[in-house]
Every structure is written in C-alpha cells, then in structure tokens.
Design a protein around this ligand. Sequence first.
Ligand code: ASP
Length: 462
Amino acid sequence: MNDDRYKGYREPCLGLLQRFDVGVWYEVRVTTREGSFEGLLLPRSVTSDAHHIVLKLTTGYNVGLRCDTIVEMQQIGYREAHYKIPEQEFPVSRDKPRVKLLGTGGTIASRLDYRTGAVIPAFSPGELYGSVPELAEICNLETDKLFGVFSENMGPEQYLVLAETIGQTIEEGYAGIVVGHGTDTMHHTAAALSFMVQDPPVPIVMVGSQRSSDRPSSDAAQNLINATWAAATGDIAEVMVCMFGPTSDQYNLLHRGTRVRKMHSSYRSTFRTLGDIPLAMVDDGVITHLKDDYRPRRDDRRVKVQPAFEEKVSLLYYYPNMQADMVDALVERGYKGIVLAGTGLGHVNRTLYPALRRAHEAGVVVFMTLQTLWGFVQMHVYETGREILELGVVPLANMLPEVAYIKLGWALGMHPDDPARVVELMTTSIAGEMTEREPHDGYLVFQGGVPEIQDFLQQVWK
Ligand code: ASP
C-alpha cells in the first residue's frame, strides 16, 4: 500500500513510516544513530532512491536520512505545505522604462515541486511580481516564457529563437531585456547572443540563480532586481551576465557575455570575468562602472541579428596521451570545425599531429584555445607550438574555449562553404572575445570580492 499518506515512499522506508505511524506533511522528530532531527516529512520523488526519507528542517534546508539509521520517529505536528507563489498583477506606471523578461528556465524560474520532490521550472509574470515586488519600483516589466528547461538542454535551436526574439523585442522599443536562464550553461548562451545579436542599442542582461527561491539563502531575488536595474537604466548596451559579486549578498557584477564563465558548482558568486575585469557593479539601482570601453546605450532601434549555427562543431579538451582517433573520428563523422583546448600556451601531443594534418586536408577548420583560461595562446614560443601551427591550427589569442566553440558554430553557420571567411571571422574580435592585453593581476584581484580578498590577505599577513 502506498497512498497519499506515504506519497512516493517505497520499501524499506515505507515499512518504517507505517511502523511509527507517521506520513508525509507530518512534523516529526527523528532519532537516528547519528543524532536527532526535527522537520517536515516531505513526499518522495518517484525517481529518487528508496532508502532515504527527506525532512525539511526549520532552517528551510532539506535533509535526507537513511532509513537503516533511524531508531525512532515521533509525530509532533501536521502542516501541509503549499508552495504556490501568490500571483499579483504587475502595476504599470507611466514614467518607468519598459523591460522585457524572456524566460528560458533554470533555477531562477523554479520552485520545489512537492509532487515529485524535484526542482521544476515554473514561470509566470504574476508569480514573479508576487515573489519579488521590488521589480515594480524599477520598471514596467513584461514577460515572455520562451522555454522552461534546465540549461543543459539549451542549444542551437534555443539560441536561434532567443536571438530572433531579442531582435523583435528591441524593435518593439523596450528599454532593456532580461533573460532568465539556468546558470550551468549561461556563459554558452551569453556567447551565442553576443555573436548573434550584434551592436544592440539597449542592455541584454542574462540572469540566473544558484539556489531556488524556496531556500532562505536564495540569490534569485537579488540577482533579478539588479539585472532588471541594469536592463532598465544601465548605460551598457551589450550582452551581459548579472550575478552575485562577492559570496555575501552585497552587490552584483555585470560581466561581458564573451568573457564570463561559471567557476563554482555551488557558490552564489560563481560567475567570474576571465581575462579582464567585470564591466560594472550593480547595487540596488546604483551602477558603478569598472571599465570605460563598453558600448553605450543608444536611442535608435538598430540591431544586427544574425541567427545561424552549424551543429557539426566540437570542443576537444586535450589530455595527456590523447590518441589521434579522437580527431579522426570527428572528421570521419562530418564535423566541420574543431576547437582544441590545449595545455600551457596552446599545446597538444605529437600523437595528434597526423590527425590534425588529415583534418586540415579534409577542409575541417581547427582552432587553438587554452585550458588555463587566463592568458594568450602563444605558439611561437616552443617547438611544439610552431609544429602545430604548421599543421594549419589557428590560434585564438585569449578567447575562452567555450566562447570559441560557440563562435565557431555561429561562424560556420553564417559561412558554411567559406572556410577562409570563417578563419577571418574567428580571428577578428567582434564582442570583446579577444582582447589586446589582460590586466596583469586581474586574475588575482579584480574578481568581485575585493573587500573580502583584502580581509583574507590581512589575516594571512598578520
Ligand atoms: N541546473 C540548473 C540549470 O543550469 C542550475 C541553475 O539554474 O542554476 O538550469
């Protein structure tokens, strides 16, 4: 038997719940061999394992407890949780800028679904206003849910729809655009939009959250508020990512779409600008510029939208002892372009040379980027570099590997039969993806947590 009272629970946990006469939505005190816990017994997902019960603690965090460690369970209350976000109509005020929020999914658009126990994408304008009413102080927000996917499911098909929608939205006269997106591949989409939507007259600000809004430490509201400020009133008319700057909830950073990368699996301050410093800080309406070489906002509605993507491109992350068949397989399978993420200044082993030559002869364009993420490809320093250059591999300065992958897909999509034009496009910086130099200490200092780093250093120096 597994009725509503035991929703999702199977043996062995089911027997345990029956034995102690408790069910889902009961507040329980659970004694285990490791200690005791009090919280709300949550339903289980049909896809989750059978060996744990899940409690929502009073702190808001969920904890899984292994059934075979449980000694006793006692009911202390009952509270059915409804996590429906209250919907309210977004108030319109005539003197505020119009901003469009395009939803693609991800944690920012998620809440915990207690039917399945999973975090599911959910997005509606009313829900958004209901949960972050501050947005109405910034702008007149309209929303459009394009997709409802976690960002691992974003890809060329979605990039094209997004780019076209952004183009139309700009033409419709919005003051700025916010794109809600999962954080995992946000930097890929940011790069795609940077190439597909060139020279926009208004800010295009991507935003996500590392922690869903049902958690006390959620970054969703702060990120959304600051991204909306940047889109509504900011002067930087580029594709950017707006996420937590420091680890604490002090301010957000605006990162250029071609220089940003997710760098931590769980920190809220996970996005970092690489090879440069962030464009600006945003703190509840106050935007402090950190760089002055940016494209400023314009009043016109001109924008160059070029949605194209060749899917037969690959990013090959070199590892010692990589074999030639890794490259040959791609060529045989009809791949038209390969980005290598090489070691050091842009190296791979000799074993790959014959395959790289075969790729070049077959008309496959091959480019070199760096695993170090900071610094420039320099293939004239070591013999290895020079040899690889002779095989037709084209160095891409300090373009990040993922950005190069996306740019190559776009360039080949634009010019499917013109490899020379593709090489020319790849080696010309369009949206800040290659810079002349990098700040000499940028990778140590300008990473958004300046006060934190100073505090840390002072402690270490003492
Ligand atoms: N897996 C999620 C995603 O990228 C994580 C997030 O949104 O932060 O869609």
